[in-house]
Ligand binder design. Structure first.
Ligand SMILES: *Cc1c(COP(=O)(O)O)cnc(C)c1O
Length: 221
């Protein structure tokens, strides 16, 4: 895909334009609902994409990248980890991969069990999110982890608008958890992907995870 000079320059221009367009869309959606665009983190989802494309996005000012498979992500993380760049794990983590995930990633958005949290805690300096109050309270007691908030994926839908109840539900859950588990700051709502990040911002997303709108369609997975 990235062969000769021309292709590389073309690819760079395409990705730069995509990033500019996603950023503009984020800003517009935020302003429409009276939010500050700079409070929203764009996570560029680089799963299945080669390192060269991640490098291009990084050169264009993207600081946060999302991956969903440990094996695919590790070589990219090893090759590119300048200060200020953050790698987010956004896919299910098998507990036998917990150590490698804790060591390589900066944030694990997909903590879905106390068992996984405990394994991450064993190998991490500080990290993570989760979901129900009981789980949140238990995870909050693990000294190596910081619970930052909640992440969700909306069900597949015909129109972005159909994702709104899911996003609103996560925001309401976060507000309930702020009362029920005040020892956690609950500052982050990671929600919204290529097809629905505008709706997610309208509903309070502080992190959007965007893949295809930046890197183009994925060939597989
Ligand atoms: C693939 C993926 C994304 C990005 O999806 P796009 O539709 O390419 O923007 C976001 N979040 C998770 C958890 C993913 O697996």
């Amino acid at each position: 895909m990235i062969g000769d000079q021309t292709t590389t320059e073309e690819t760079r221009r395409r990705i730069a334009a995509n990033i500019a367009s996603v950023r503009a869309t984020i800003a517009e959606a935020a302003r429409r609902v009276g939010r500050q665009p700079e409070k929203i983190t764009l996570v560029a989802v680089s799963k299945t994409m080669p390192l060269a494309l991640v490098q291009i996005a990084y050169n264009e000012g993207v600081t946060d990248f999302g991956e969903n498979r440990v094996q695919d992500a590790l070589p990219k993380i090893a090759a590119l980890h300048p200060p200020g760049l953050r790698w987010h794990m956004i896919g299910h983590v098998q507990t036998n991969k917990g150590q490698r995930v804790a060591e390589a990633f900066d944030t694990v958005q997909s903590v879905d069990s106390l068992h996984l949290a405990e394994i991450l805690n064993r190998y991490a300096g500080a990290r993570t999110p989760e979901e129900t109050p009981a789980l949140a309270r238990q995870i909050a007691t693990l000294p190596g982890l910081t619970v930052q908030g909640l992440m969700t994926i909306a069900p597949l839908a015909h129109s972005p608008e159909e994702a709104r109840p899911t996003f609103r539900g996560l925001r309401l859950l976060s507000e309930q958890l702020r009362q029920a588990v005040p020892e956690i700051a609950w500052q982050h709502l990671s929600m919204g992907m290529t097809d629905d990040y505008v709706i997610a911002i309208e509903e309070g997303a502080t992190i959007v995870r965007v893949g295809r709108a930046i890197f183009g369609e994925r060939v597989h997975r």
